[in-house]
Design a protein around this ligand. Structure first.
Ligand code: NAD
Length: 372
């Protein structure tokens, strides 16, 4: 198969769909890979890295889209990219179609077979192509929160780990899933006094079993949340209710009860945020203050560490990418129901029920699409 990897064009996106090592594996499987010149620069991969891995570099995105039977990307295709897609071509990338009627309409009009990273599933009910980005965002959260706590950045001037004779900072992590667990591990590793709260008792049992010595946990009742929040120097919001907006767990009025200069890191901002005063910010201007409380609310945190994120995403996508290239999308999906769960559009039909429900469009099952 001829696989194409264009340069990402969404503003501030520095990741790339295929690493040189992914190219090397695809070529070893007998495939051809065309990569747009400069596609990997933002993630620290040079054109010569790709050439050494066996790729052919092409000077324009038009050529990559025109030549490739499968396009591998990171971000949803932008309007100019969507105009280049066609029936018979496979698109493998993050799509997030439910809140995006314009993109959905364009993908359906193009006839492309679009497989979305975010809806591919695994045996344990997880989302294996979303998890790496949650791991990155979780581990990054205490790092950006520690910076926010510095006096010059508007914070309360507290060092996360303290020093001998001075107590460490208190960190409250709300939500003990993938983001929250990774955030808690790093915050504890930096020497902070960490408590994770969650509304799932089985999850709290797991955290207690595995990380009992590293950080504390508590049930996320409203009372516990505020008791711990009042004591905290940093609060990391890491909740998720699948398919729903994040619940608002600290109101504007409650900010007055927090320590002045405390840092709120709202990782859940991509689902609307879990603090009433959260609004999405960018890497250029990540932090703002409300009532003396610092807010960090960057919606695409993994973009800050594009190289690590590219490598982590690449590890997770590679087996699926190879299956799609080796077997063709139909056989690959027929043999793997988890990959089939990623199918969102094919030949002008929507093949993901939740997207149809969100946008008021008819959808067929992914299995039915195999016969089209
Ligand atoms: N900003 C970014 O760049 C970025 C990157 C990755 C993920 N995220 C977001 O981070 C959030 C967490 O993702 P995840 O992968 O850890 O999800 P997850 O499903 O692994 O974990 C979410 C946890 O929140 C808990 N929870 C739900 N409601 C709660 C409540 N009211 N109080 C306390 N806990 C509650 C759940 O029980 C679960 O354990 C999501 O909104 C995700 O979209 C953001």
């Amino acid at each position: 198969m001829k696989i194409g990897c264009p340069k990402e064009i969404k503003p501030q996106e520095f990741r790339v769909g295929m690493t040189p090592n992914a190219v090397r594996e695809a070529v070893a499987h007998g495939h051809q890979v065309v990569v747009e010149t400069g596609a990997g620069t933002g993630a620290g991969f040079s054109d010569s890295d790709y050439v050494a891995a066996g790729a052919t570099m092409l000077g324009t995105a038009e050529d990559v889209f025109a030549q490739a039977e499968m396009i591998v990307k990171v971000k949803e295709p932008q309007a100019v990219e969507r105009a280049r897609l066609r029936e018979g071509q496979v698109l493998f990338t993050y799509l997030h179609l439910a809140p995006d009627p314009a993109q959905t309409a364009d993908l359906l009009a193009s006839g492309v077979t679009a497989i979305a990273y975010e809806t591919v599933t695994d045996e344990r009910g997880g989302l294996p192509l979303l998890a790496p980005m949650s791991e990155v965002a979780g581990r990054l959260a205490p790092q950006v929160g520690a910076w926010t706590l510095q006096k010059a950045n508007g914070g309360r001037g507290v060092l996360l780990g303290g020093v001998p004779g001075v107590s460490p900072a208190k960190v409250l992590v709300i939500g003990g899933g993938v983001v929250g667990t990774h955030a808690a591990r790093v915050a504890a590793g930096m020497g902070a006094d960490v408590t994770v709260i969650d509304r799932s008792v089985p999850r709290l049992r797991y955290l207690d079993d595995v990380f009992g010595g590293q950080f504390k946990n508590a049930y996320a009742s409203a009372g516990n949340t505020m008791d711990l929040a009042r004591e905290a120097d940093m609060i990391i919001g890491a909740v998720l209710i699948p398919g729903a907006a994040a619940p608002k767990l600290i109101s504007r009025a409650q900010l007055a009860e927090l320590k002045p200069g405390a840092a709120l890191v709202d990782v859940a901002i991509d689902q609307g945020g879990c603090f009433e005063t959260s609004r999405a910010t960018t890497h250029q201007d990540p932090v703002y203050e409300v009532d003396g409380i610092m807010h960090y609310c960057v919606a695409n945190m993994p973009g800050a560490v594009a190289r690590t994120s590219t490598l982590a995403l690449g590890n997770a996508t590679l087996p699926f990418l190879l299956a799609l290239a080796d077997k063709g999308w139909k056989l690959a999906c027929a043999e793997d129901k988890h990959l089939m769960a990623g199918l969102n559009t094919h030949k002008g039909k929507l093949t993901y029920a939740a997207v149809g429900a969100a946008l008021g469009l008819p959808a067929i099952s992914a299995a039915a699409a195999l016969d089209l």
